[in-house]
Design a protein around this ligand. Sequence first.
Ligand code: AMP
Ligand code: GLY
Length: 423
Amino acid sequence: MNILVLGAGGREHAIALKISQSPKTNKLLVAPGNAGTSNIAENKAINVNDFEAIKKLVTEEEIDLVIVGPEDPLVNGIHDFFLADEEIRHVAVIGPQKAAATLEGSKQFAKEFMMRHGIPTAAYQSFTSTDIKAAYAFLETLSPPYVLKADGLAAGKGVLILHDLEEAKNELRAMLVDAKFGEASQTVVIEEFLDGIELSCFVLTDGENYKILPTAKDYKRIGEGDTGLNTGGMGAISPVPFADKAFMDKIENRIVKPTIEGLKKDDLPYKGFIFIGLIKVGEEPKVIEYNVRMGDPETEVVFPRIKSDVVDLLTATAKGELDQIDLDVDERTATTVMAVSGGYPEAYEKGKEITGVDQVENALVFHAGTKTENQKVLTNGGRVIAVTGFGEDFKEALNLSYENIQKLHFEGMYYRKDIGFDL
Ligand code: AMP
Ligand code: GLY
């Protein structure tokens, strides 16, 4: 098969690696890709939201299967674009259509979906600028901390957790009235704070059947001990040690099944990955968000653990035949640690030469923000490179991640030395 992966991060490198290892793969393209994907596939300098350019590529290269890595093109309707076009409608697209992608594109839509289908989540109300007084009144009924969420996509920055009522009211005003997150905060969801430990569940569905992929836990804060600003993710572990069989059964019965059923009842066609962000409150799983794609850096630990042929899994997803295929998973633990540019997640410099990748042993290197220039690999983003290790437990796996990340070098490189500290 000829396969195209859309995206440019560590997630897309990890997906492309598995695809490149399948005997079913004939040609593999990544658009736009990074220095890592260029070693295992052919990069094409095309923006993931330039649907016309993607169509041209798909036609010229006779692509059979497209995997959409990030959420933007899905929320913008890339799957619908393919289905609406005679010339490319036969091409399989992994990722939901626009209507279902709204589960990630609008927090309010996601909350209403969960309420409608009895899926456990935090109590909430949503408000626009015309009902700011009612929003203040709702805040007053809650006890701190206060959780404010911009309804729309805000590049992972749209959630504020505030400890003081006055501060919460000020931030709420900034979001609703002063457009703190632009259009994304025209509507704000105010939510009950859930106190517990986070984990993520990944599901691959063809809209009818599903496979629960390995769980993962991601470390979002820049600083050790989970302090400082939120990032895209500084490291991840799979499986999550505290997600035992009893807990996974709860996730499957109370969350995964009603989600798949809900998509069908609401007539939301879905062929792709669902990333369910969860908090374990006591012994109960509650949903904090849906994403309509894989996570990054979670994919860098989830995908390496998949032993089944990923192309078979994706083809079965496209055909609605996921029930006819087994998911085989490596029992070992995988961990990944992300090296980032100095200053990230605030301002940082790009274009620093990365060395030492050839020294890495017994670990996988996934490129995130990198590019090749004059035969050199340079930094090209905030999150730069992730190192994935395997072990009998997360400590053993982390030893390999850390032993190897130390061999890498670029000016300003930083990584957290405490991934897994809370387990
Ligand atoms: P989200 O973008 O919805 O994943 O929110 C970003 C982060 O905010 C999550 O990863 C959680 O750490 C935190 N968060 C979101 N909603 C809640 C909640 N209701 N209670 C506690 N923490 C939350
Ligand atoms: N690592 C979190 C995300 O991909 O959204």
